[in-house]
Write a new protein. Structure first.
Length: 256
């Protein structure tokens, strides 16, 4: 393990300047693609994996021997405004880069959908051989990198999931998972509601009732409906106990 980590980190330090140049060129290429095709997005971010993040991944996964086996040393995240722009951008990427792998984490089949959760399209790509024949791109030959594409609301869910332990070494309890899935469902319904509005380029989110699916045991605010339901259940339990006591006393007295 230590030898693998040492080898990969050494290759990382040797190639960090190449990754920085790759990051710059990829940024230019994708921005040009979006501009030429008149696609408006919410945001695009490009990052090179940090030393600590890379070291932790190598140690946790325990399956890598060399840096070129890791496909997300350079990562791109494109946040779209519209759901259908995700597939449009994928089409453009397929025409521009060589596609190595596509992992579609979106859940589109409503009939077979078991749970809601992280939704995103992950594409592993590299520069085409034709592009790498150009002198300025030869140094990027066979370097794979990852592009993630998702909508703003899918991204909002990803941020919630990340803040609550996404990529943790530990599995959250099932009760927490169920509550997170309900939260994801809320976000996804808003997203689909928006797209169903059709031909206009107007986007309106009327309400997000996140407090209805609180992921904490005790709600932060006493006046939420979650707290109200908790009090109601407590009162029902109290009445049930009183009824049981009354019934038991009647039996003991021979009245029942």
């Amino acid at each position: 393990m230590n030898e693998q980590v040492s080898t990969i980190m050494s290759e990382y330090y040797q190639n960090i300047d190449i990754y920085k140049k790759l990051s710059h060129d990829v940024n230019d290429i994708i921005n040009t693609l979006l501009e030429v095709n008149h696609i408006k997005i919410s945001n695009m971010a490009i990052r090179i994996k940090s030393e600590d993040a890379l070291r932790n991944k190598v140690m946790y996964k325990n399956k890598y021997s060399h840096l070129d086996e890791i496909t997300d040393v350079l990562g791109v995240r494109i946040i779209t405004l519209f759901e259908n722009d995700v597939d449009t951008i994928l089409d453009l990427l397929e025409k521009t880069f060589e596609i190595c792998e596509i992992v579609d984490k979106r859940k589109k089949e409503r009939g077979s959908r078991i749970e809601f959760g992280y939704n995103s399209l992950h594409v592993v790509v590299k520069f085409t051989n034709n592009r790498c024949e150009l002198v300025e791109y030869q140094k990027f030959q066979d370097i794979r990198f990852e592009i993630q594409i998702r909508t703003v609301l899918q991204h909002a869910w990803a941020e919630v999931e990340h803040g609550l332990g996404y990529k943790s070494f530990y599995e959250p309890p099932m009760s927490v998972k169920r509550k997170l899935n309900r939260l994801a469902a809320t976000l996804e319904i808003l997203d689909e509601e928006f797209e169903d509005r059709g031909d206009t380029v107007k986007w309106t989110i009327k309400k997000v009732k996140l407090y209805e699916v609180s992921v904490v045991t005790f709600p932060a605010y006493e006046d939420t409906s979650v707290s109200a339901r908790k009090r109601q259940l407590g009162e029902m339990k109290k009445r049930s106990i009183e009824a049981w006591k009354h019934k038991t006393l009647k039996k003991l007295k021979g009245e029942a």
